[in-house]
Design a protein around this ligand. Structure first.
Ligand SMILES: [Cu+2]
Length: 502
């Protein structure tokens, strides 16, 4: 759409961001200019201030604190307002679970009990969902179970699934996007004995990284939807990339292997991740667990809510070298123009940098074989269901042309059976499809792009424009669970449905 987005993003972080005033696109020209007093929309003069304030790769990556359930038997979270220093010159108002960002990483071993009291200190109902966990209906965090201001919900369940990188976030009806945008998400890591025996990099060599694009106003406050731009209902794109709540951070590394557990915690943006001076890295895991064997890749595509577990090796780097993690852009995700003032899907952007500071005699070896993944077979399936992804009159995003209804059951499935779900995207925008209460495998997709992540256990799968993806699911948990698009503005408006497993 706009030449300026192809510039080296970090060096000019805000200089072009806010230059929209003189270079307004066709659509943009029809939109009234924001008035400076009443609108939170950034303007050109803020651009320069922002450029100085962000200073790429000068701020340290924050590694989240951990709540390890083998040490702590019970934890407490409160959804609450807080302030964090995302920029050095002014605090940003956010939402947190324990008063700061990033929120803590939860670490649980397979077989352990998870026990957490969650208090809602916000002014509206909310609920926490444990994304990717297969837990009883009442523990899952469906918006119908949201708790009112001042109430406490007790989560108590045994973790019974294999090692993987999961996450948690609030899931209130119609406001999930806004709450995640303001901070209410974190990592949830499950470990098991099989994984431990593989001897993968751990401790300081294991980093959870949540990538989120965000917008800020002149007061350094998060600015969610633009009331003048209806395209924001198609997905909110930002121009400032945060990793673990810090814009374009750096992290000091030694000349060894690092395990990066990467979560796309954005609203809509899909990233194609790559390193600038390290040509290949190793994919070892996807959403819900490790792969059968490691796969060497040059880049990896990660849509909203997906996770990739990768090993990157800094062994050929020298002290003083800098390695930048970037997105190469992924224009295939959509032909739609979202907010015209923010970098589109095709934008190449820096994400964070690794500063090599120490030589290290690395002894980690990535095993050639990781885990066994029993493949579900088409012949195991008792039926095939088709789910369509559509936009209906009024610009409403839906599944099967039905706007979400909190208590309506849209699909009934027999407990203990296996089904094929055929996900048909009938629009020119990719949708990450997520199911609660299960993990699944991808059978096939009819599109042109192949995704190495399709080989692993999934709970979220990208369905490209006009593509059909077939997944195979075995239903082991009874109850009502959601399935939905994980573009946050789509699930809020109204691309979500209920599944009853009975
Ligand atoms: Cu969608």
């Amino acid at each position: 759409m706009n030449r300026r987005y192809f510039l080296h993003y970090s060096a000019v972080t805000a200089a072009y961001l806010f230059s929209g005033c003189e270079e307004r696109s066709g659509r943009d020209k029809n939109r009234p200019l924001p008035s400076s007093s009443s609108s939170p929309i950034p303007n050109a003069s803020i651009a320069e201030a922002m450029t100085e304030k962000i200073m790429p790769f000068t701020r340290k990556l924050k590694v989240p604190n951990e709540i390890d359930f083998s040490q702590v038997k019970k934890a407490a979270f409160s959804a609450q307002k807080g302030q964090v220093n995302i920029f050095p010159d002014a605090p940003t108002e956010v939402l947190t679970f324990q008063g700061d960002l990033p929120n803590p990483t939860i670490r649980v071993k397979k077989g352990e009990l998870f026990d957490l009291g969650f208090t809602n200190k916000l002014s509206e109902k909310t609920i926490i969902h444990w994304h990717g966990l297969i837990v009883p209906e009442k523990m899952d965090g469906h918006p119908k179970d949201a708790i009112a201001t001042g109430e406490t919900k007790h989560y108590h369940y045994r973790v019974n699934q294999s090692a993987g990188t999961f996450w948690y976030h609030t899931h209130p009806h119609g406001r999930t996007g806004k709450e995640i945008y303001h901070g209410l998400s974190g990592f949830y890591i499950i470990e098991d004995e099989t994984e431990r025996q593989l001897g993968l990099p751990n401790g300081e060599f294991e980093l959870p990284l949540v990538i989120q694009d965000r917008r800020f106003d002149e007061k350094r406050q998060l600015f969610y939807k633009d009331p003048d731009v209806p395209q924001d209902n198609n997905g909110v794109m930002g121009d400032v990339i945060l990793v673990n709540a810090t814009p374009l951070p750096y992290h000091e590394v030694k000349t060894g292997k690092y395990r990066l557990r990467i979560l796309n915690g954005s609203s809509v943006r899909t990233y194609r991740l790559a390193f600038d001076t390290i040509e290949t890295f190793t994919l070892i895991g996807t959403d819900a667990g490790l792969l059968e064997e490691p796969e060497e890749v040059k880049s990896i595509i990660i849509s909203v809510a997906e996770r990739v577990d990768i090993i990157v090796d800094f062994k050929d780097q020298k002290i003083g070298d800098r390695v930048t993690l970037r997105t190469l852009g992924f224009k295939e995700a959509s032909n739609l123009t979202l907010h015209p003032d923010y970098p589109p899907f095709s934008a190449q952007m820096d994400i964070m940098q690794f500063h090599v500071t120490e030589n290290f005699g690395d002894t980690h070896i990535v095993p050639e074989k990781l885990i066994d993944i029993p493949r579900m077979k088409v012949s195991d399936a008792v039926r095939t269901r088709t789910i369509t992804m559509e936009i209906i009159a009024g610009g409403i995003w839906t599944l099967d042309k039905k706007p979400f209804s909190l208590h309506r059951v849209d699909q009934r499935v027999k407990l203990g059976t296996t089904e094929i779900w055929e996900l048909k995207n009938s629009v020119h925008m990719a949708h990450p499809f997520h199911m609660h209460g299960v993990r699944f495998q991808v059978l096939d997709r009819d599109g042109k792009i192949s995704f190495p992540t399709d080989k692993g256990w999934k709970d979220t799968v990208i369905v490209m424009p006009f593509e059909t993806v077939r997944i195979i699911v075995h239903f082991t948990m009874p109850g009502v669970f959601l399935y939905h698009c994980h573009i946050l503005e789509h699930e809020d408006h109204s691309m979500m449905a209920n599944l009853l497993v009975e």
